[in-house]
Each structure stands twice: as structure tokens, then as C-alpha cells.
Design a protein around this ligand. Structure first.
Ligand SMILES: Nc1ncnc2c1ncn2[C@@H]1O[C@H](COP(=O)(O)OP(=O)(O)OP(=O)(O)O)[C@@H](O)[C@H]1O
Length: 252
């Protein structure tokens, strides 16, 4: 269970995320939507530890993780797909996935174990690469991949880490039409496992409508709506503020 309590960050006089309190339960996919500049990515950065809040708290399974660094939060079970540039651009696609798999497993020194483990690792890495349609590019340097493939690799690495909480920030942004289904299928399969907490920032409403169990709407940094997809999408305040049908008063 992931929770934010009154999570707030100010940049100078601007409140980018304003006292957002929310819980995210295992087995659910929550889409976070809102207009450009609403605070979605900043909210993600506060949860994953890239930013320190001005006030409020982030809790994982009832314990505050606010004092932890971003990498300590990853170890605690928070997983976020990052831009590949921060990973291992000079290693091959396969090596990147193997490293991600190894980082969550310990290998003993017994040679038989090492060999068995190695073989299992390669098989698992191949499965993962197959699931993100990158098996044919296993030996390509990560940095040499086209943008869409890099995004797929990011998702593959996240799957390799297999965290408790999956955070996707516009996972299909910049992908070609034929690449999008690969990522959506993966998220769909992840959701079908019903044991992971999934957070998805996504602008494409058709994707949100199909995948989300729940939608929260941020507007000017404030939590403006929270509920099941149909009721949130059809609520007048969302129709006005998010879908831009008419001017809206400042969210309370
Ligand atoms: N490091 C920063 N310093 C100053 N202002 C920032 C910083 N990061 C974000 N902001 C501001 O906070 C607000 C929220 O930005 P954020 O990127 O979180 O919005 P978003 O909902 O993710 O938008 P988009 O859909 O366009 O990605 C914006 O007004 C942005 O300019």
C-alpha cells in the first residue's frame, strides 16, 4: 500500500503539488490525469524521491519513506521507468536486462549454483526481451536504439526489477502507433496479476478509460477528482477543467 499525506511542494511562490492525500492499493491501476502543468510529474518525483517535499509524507506499507533517497526507495519496492540515459547506455540491451535481474538476486559462490543461476538469468532476460519485442535487438547497445525501443527497454528493465509499485509516466509517449500495443499489453498483463500497485500518468484518455480501475485528477497541483473512470470522466468539473469544455473556477 502506497500513501501520500498532504504531499506539497513549492517552487518559489508556486505550489506545484498542493496537499495531495491519496492511497494506492495493491492490485489496482490508478491513472493520474490533468492538464499540462497540473503537477503530475512533480507528484511522481515526490513519490519516487527525485524531489523533496515542502510538507507532507510518503508512506509505503505504513512506514514513512520520506527520508529515503530515490535509490533506497527503489530497494524498498518503488519502481519507476527512467530515461535510459541514466542507466547503462554503452551496454547491450541484453546486458542491461541481466544487470537489472541480478540487482534483485544474490548469487552464491558455488560454481554449480552460479551456472544454474546464470542459465536461469539468461532465460528470464530472454523472456523479458521477448515481451517488450526487443529480443532481435539483444546485442544492440542501449544508446543506439531508436527512441521507441529505448522506451520499451525502460519498461523491460522495470519488469526485471519487479517492484511492488510500478510507476509509469507516459510510457507510450513518442512511440510509433505499432509500438504502443506492446507496452499496453505489458501493463495489461501486469494488471491482470492483481498483486501490484500500478500508477500511470497518461494523457491518452482512451488508454486511461481502458486500463484504469480508478482515476485521480490533478489541477493546479490540487487533487480535484478521485473515483472510478466513468464517474470521474463524466463529472462536470473534469469535463470543464480537463477536457477544456468551459472555464472552471479554481479547484477547492
Ligand atoms: N524544478 C522546478 N522548478 C520550478 N517549477 C517547476 C519545477 N518542476 C515543475 N515545476 C512547475 O510545476 C508545475 C507542475 O509541473 P509538472 O511537470 O509536474 O506538470 P505535469 O502535470 O506533469 O505536466 P505535463 O502533462 O505537461 O507533463 C508547472 O507549473 C511547472 O512549471
Amino acid at each position: 500500500m502506497l500513501e501520500t499525506r498532504d504531499l506539497t511542494i513549492r517552487f518559489g511562490g508556486h505550489v506545484a503539488v498542493n496537499a495531495v492525500s491519496c492511497t494506492f492499493a495493491p492490485g489496482t491501476l490508478t491513472a493520474i490525469v490533468g492538464p499540462n502543468g497540473a503537477g503530475k510529474t512533480t507528484y511522481f518525483n515526490l513519490i519516487s524521491g527525485q524531489l523533496k517535499p515542502s510538507a507532507g509524507d510518503v508512506l509505503l506499507n505504513g512506514h514513512s519513506i520520506s527520508a529515503l533517497t530515490a535509490s533506497a526507495r527503489t530497494h524498498a519496492g518503488l519502481g519507476r521507468a527512467f530515461q535510459l540515459t541514466s542507466l547503462f547506455p554503452n551496454l547491450s540491451v541484453m546486458e542491461n536486462v541481466r544487470l537489472a535481474l541480478q540487482s534483485r538476486q544474490r548469487v552464491g559462490l558455488d560454481m554449480w549454483n552460479v551456472w544454474n543461476h546464470h542459465r536461469a538469468l539468461i532465460e528470464r532476460a530472454e523472456q523479458l526481451l521477448d515481451s517488450v519485442a526487443l529480443l532481435a535487438k539483444r546485442d544492440v547497445k542501449a544508446a543506439a536504439l531508436p527512441h521507441g525501443d529505448q522506451r520499451k527497454l525502460e519498461v523491460g528493465l522495470l519488469m526485471a526489477l519487479d517492484p511492488e509499485v510500478y510507476m509509469f509516466d507516459e510510457p507510450t509517449a513518442g512511440m510509433s502507433v505499432d509500438e504502443v500495443p506492446v507496452i499496453l499489453d505489458l501493463i495489461r498483463a501486469l494488471k491482470a496479476r492483481r498483486d501490484k500497485t500500478i500508477l500511470l500518468v497518461e494523457h491518452k484518455m482512451d488508454v486511461v478509460r481502458e486500463l484504469a480501475d480508478r482515476i485521480i485528477v490533478l489541477h493546479n497541483g490540487t487533487l480535484m477528482a478521485d473515483g472510478d473512470p466513468e464517474s470521474v470522466i463524466s463529472s462536470p468539473v473534469v469535463q470543464q477543467a480537463y477536457l477544456g469544455l468551459a472555464p472552471v473556477e479554481e479547484a477547492a
